[in-house]
Design a binder for this molecule. Structure first.
Ligand SMILES: [Zn+2]
Length: 59
């Protein structure tokens, strides 16, 4: 498998390209960058009561 995405980071959850890199919280036990989608998903899983805004529209 060739690594065509050497230039950019890959999301550790969905393996998709990370346009804007989010860092997982230390207590999430996740190492590596997250894309905005997975980050907000994780935020929601860990902090369902909190409203955390993630700028998904940013390109
Ligand atoms: Zn992702």
């Amino acid at each position: 498998m060739s690594d065509c995405l050497a230039e950019g980071d890959k999301c550790v959850i969905c393996k998709g390209p990370v346009l804007y890199k989010y860092n997982a919280m230390p207590n999430w036990d996740i190492k590596g960058p997250l894309c905005g989608k997975c980050y907000s998903q994780k935020i929601y899983e860990h902090y369902p009561g909190e409203h955390v805004r993630v700028n998904l529209d940013k390109e």
